[in-house]
Design a protein around this ligand. Sequence first.
Ligand SMILES: NC(=O)c1ccc[n+]([C@@H]2O[C@H](COP(=O)([O-])OP(=O)(O)OC[C@H]3O[C@@H](n4cnc5c(N)ncnc54)[C@H](O)[C@@H]3O)[C@@H](O)[C@H]2O)c1
Length: 219
Amino acid sequence: MELRGRTAVVTGGASGIGRALIQRFAREGANVVVADLDDAGMAAVAGEAQALGVKALAVRTDVADLAQVQALAARAFEAFGAVHVLCNNAGVAMWGGLESATHRDWQWVLGVNLWGVSETLAKDLKPYRIAVSVLCPLGVQTQIRQSERNRPAALRNERDERAAPVELIGRSLAPETVADMVLAAIHANELYVITHDESLEPLRRRFERIERSILDHRR
Ligand SMILES: NC(=O)c1ccc[n+]([C@@H]2O[C@H](COP(=O)([O-])OP(=O)(O)OC[C@H]3O[C@@H](n4cnc5c(N)ncnc54)[C@H](O)[C@@H]3O)[C@@H](O)[C@H]2O)c1
């Protein structure tokens, strides 16, 4: 896919992987739309893209809010006429056990991480000739451990007791490396972007357990 002159929209574009994706799309000559809750971060990233010679728009968007996502789409179409790449990248992390999570924790994490981010889009969008790639990272050097910084006030807990972040297995990659992998997958129309081969063994063991369960209960 030729990206020069096309339009890429990246949610969570103000930091980390999203920021690296914006820079990568801009270097390919694509105009970019940065969608995030972090106004200062969005302005900085949009400025970086403009310095690379493309048009950049920053649209404050909470991806957990349907009206705001619809407004983002309207702004992007109004500014650029079409959208060719959409990265549903915004996401948050929190640590600690299920037993200590509050209802607001669930609302916050599911609201950001669940809405619209799903592998099934690949099948659903195929008739429209829209390709989907699913990015599955392990550790990446971003601000994900400080997700609380942009947590909406209404979803903050009354008591601020945070668990320490867990260590992910394997290497911790630079966001620019991950952005390169995403671009390669878009160009090659690949469904999965699995960033770490360290995930192979745990995934194999998981599927072996599922396979064993299916075979053991075969009727
Ligand atoms: N960094 C890692 O090790 C790692 C590992 C696995 C998955 N991921 C996923 O990668 C994606 C990118 O995260 P990152 O690591 O670059 O983290 P990051 O914290 O550096 O960037 C995430 C961006 O999302 C924005 N955001 C948060 N809530 C939002 C909302 N409701 N609406 C719009 N924007 C919102 C934040 O303001 C931030 O700018 C996330 O989906 C994350 O879950 C990251």
